[in-house]
Structure formats: C-alpha cells, structure tokens
Design a binder for this molecule. Structure first.
Ligand SMILES: Nc1ncnc2c1ncn2[C@@H]1O[C@H](COP(=O)(O)OP(=O)(O)OP(=O)(O)O)[C@@H](O)[C@H]1O
Ligand SMILES: [Mg+2]
Length: 334
C-alpha cells in the first residue's frame, strides 16, 4: 500500500496519522498554540535558547510553538496565542497563517514520496454564529500547497470533520451513521449515508464555550475552569460551585446538540428513513469526562428522537479519531 496521511486541524490540537510498518495507525499530536518573542528582547531570547526551548526564528521575531509554548506561558504568565478560533483561522491573529503552516508542515514531517495523498479535516459552517468554513478551507488548501520537504509535496483533499468520524468507526455499516466531534471551538455533526453527507453542520458552543460560561457563572477565570474540567465526573453529584457550573454547561451542550440533530433531520430534503438503527460516533476532547456517553444516552432517550438509535460509539482513541478517519478516507480514495 502507498503512504498516505490524515491530518486533523483542530482549534486546540493538530493531529497527524499515518500507518506504521505493521499496518497500525500511528498518530502525533501538537497543541495549536504559540508565543511570540520579539527579537529586540535579546535577554528573554538568549535565556530561552540556553534553556533549549525550541525556537523558530523569523526576521525580527521568534516563535515558541505547541506544548513548549503552553508550559512557558504557564510558567512566565504570558498570554498564549491561538492560530485558530471557533474551528476557523483566528481573525484576530495576524501571524495565524504563518504559524499554522509552520506547525502543520513540521507535524507531517517528511512525506514518504512526492505527491503523497493527504486528507485533512474541515468544519462545516456553524448554526449559531457567522463562520466562514469556505475561507478556512481555502487557507488550509494554501497551507498544504506550500508544503515542500526535500522536494516532496502532498496532494491534499478536505473532508468534513464529522464525516471523518464515520470513516473512522463505521466501515462495517457502509459508512452510514452520525459523526459528532466535540472539540474546543466547535461541535461538528455529520449524518452520512453510504459515505455521502445527508447534512453536516457545526455549533461554536463546545469546550471553549464551557470554559467561558462556567467562568462567568462562578467568577473564576476560563483557565481555571479549563483545568477543573479535566477532573469532573458527569455521573457524580457536584461537590462545589465550579463542578456544578461545569456539569450544568455539559448538560446544556448535550441538550442543544441533540435538538440541532433533530432539527436537521426534520429539515432534511433527503429521505433519512433509516432502514437500520442509526449509530452515533462521539469523539473529541470535550467528550472526555466520565459519564459523557451516559448523559448523552439519557438526554437522547428523553428527546423523542425521530429515528431508531443503534449504538453510541466512543472510540478508544477519541482525541485522535478524526485524524485516523481522514487517513481511512485517503485509503478509500486511492
Ligand atoms: N479530560 C478532559 N476533560 C474535559 N475536557 C477536555 C479534556 N481533555 C481535553 N478537553 C477539552 O477538549 C477540547 C480539545 O478537544 P479537541 O482536541 O477534540 O479539539 P480540537 O479538535 O482542537 O477543536 P475543534 O474541533 O473545535 O476545532 C478543549 O476544549 C479541552 O479543554
Ligand atoms: Mg476537532
């Protein structure tokens, strides 16, 4: 089999999946964030170099990217910058394109052959905010067009993020079912029949939104909520106001998602009468807390859902499943 690549360009995480020698999927992750160090500040710059912080030097500025940027921002109390916001290129970040290109190219590494086929995830437009998914797709198209390492290039093709989850988990169901990716900036939803999207859409109320809303409700900062979120168990009674706020936002998020899916099914012009019960694949960082799937099933059961429901599947590699799905889509295309 030829060498192929899947890339998930997320608001918080960038992930690249390839096959290893024994056919197993190997994925690499980098946090989609950076810090900018102006080169006129030689002291900070030299200190960082001495401390072996990986720096990327350009004209009059140096960048620290990924995981190193996160730890440094935490230690030095610097503001972490993000190239993407709400699933798309961050309009407030003037260097977003440049940084995103550097990070994605370095994550791909050296392609195994020239014109390597690569599938990358793209979001759908949001139902609750004006987003420009077409523009974002063009930006990513340019990022991949600019890729050239040791004279090797890639041929890159976009795939909807929700559809990538259907590719990751539902080959045995002829790629029929719903993919729901709960990320940082967005929830991406896609209903696919035989790998063809009946509908795809997104909502910008996801992980970052939980952080903001629970922060507002408790008077804490979004950074504190973001940390606390990783300790929450959605099946347990809350033991303090922060847990209560986070759990409540999770419930609202799931209720809204199921309402959005119901409305899309009702509005759909394609016949969506399922012959078989409908499977739903749930992945993404925001679906991490224990109890997420149980809560999703509970809300779904009370929602008078218009179609019979089959399995609710959470892949073991739920943070990496979109990139793996992109890789499987590439394998189906060649
Ligand atoms: N253990 C955890 N518990 C709760 N939330 C978590 C956990 N781990 C990660 N998250 C949240 O998951 C989100 C990141 O998830 P993911 O990597 O799927 O997003 P993304 O693909 O980068 O974003 P998007 O798809 O929206 O562009 C963040 O909001 C983060 O706070
Ligand atoms: Mg994502």
């Amino acid at each position: 089999m030829c060498n192929l690549t899947g890339v998930d360009c997320g608001t918080y995480n960038l992930i690249c999946s390839k096959r290893g020698e024994n056919g197993e999927v190997k994925s690499r992750k980098e946090v989609n964030a950076f810090l900018e160090i102006p080169l006129d500040n030689r002291f900070t710059f030299n200190m960082m170099k001495k401390a072996k912080v990986p720096l990327i030097e350009r004209e009059n500025v140096a960048y620290v990217v990924g995981e190193s940027a996160v730890s440094l921002a935490y230690t030095l109390q610097l503001e972490l910058k993000r190239p993407m916001k709400d699933g798309c290129l961050n309009p407030q970040e003037k260097d977003a394109f440049r940084i995103l290109s550097i990070m994605i190219h370095s994550l791909i590494g050296e392609a195994a052959q020239d014109k390597e086929v690569l599938y990358y995830s793209v979001p759908a437009n949001a139902v609750n905010k004006e987003t420009d998914a077409d523009y974002h797709q063009k930006v990513l198209e340019d990022v991949f067009k600019k890729y050239k390492v040791n004279n090797k290039t890639v041929q890159a093709f976009p795939i909807n993020e929700g559809l990538a989850l259907v590719f990751a988990e539902l080959s045995h169901k002829n790629y029929t079912g719903i993919g729901a990716s709960f990320g940082a900036g967005m929830i991406n939803l896609c209903y696919s029949i035989f790998s063809q999207p009946v509908f795809s859409m997104s909502s910008v109320d996801s992980g970052d939104w939980i952080d903001r809303m629970a922060a507002k409700a408790t008077g804490e900062s979004a950074v504190v909520i973001n940390k606390e979120k990783t300790k929450v168990d959605l099946l347990k009674s809350p033991s303090n106001i922060i847990e209560r706020a986070i759990q409540s936002q999770y419930k609202i998020l799931i209720e809204k998602t199921i309402q959005t899916i119901k409305k899309a099914i009702a509005d759909s012009t394609t016949k969506v009468k399922a012959q078989e019960p409908l499977d739903i694949v749930i992945a993404g960082g925001t679906s991490s807390p224990p109890g997420f799937i149980e809560l999703f099933k509970e809300v779904l059961n009370q929602s008078q859902f218009p179609l019979p429901i089959g399995e609710i599947i959470k892949p073991k590699d739920h943070l990496y499943a979109v990139a793996r799905g992109c890789l499987i889509a590439a394998e189906n295309a060649v």
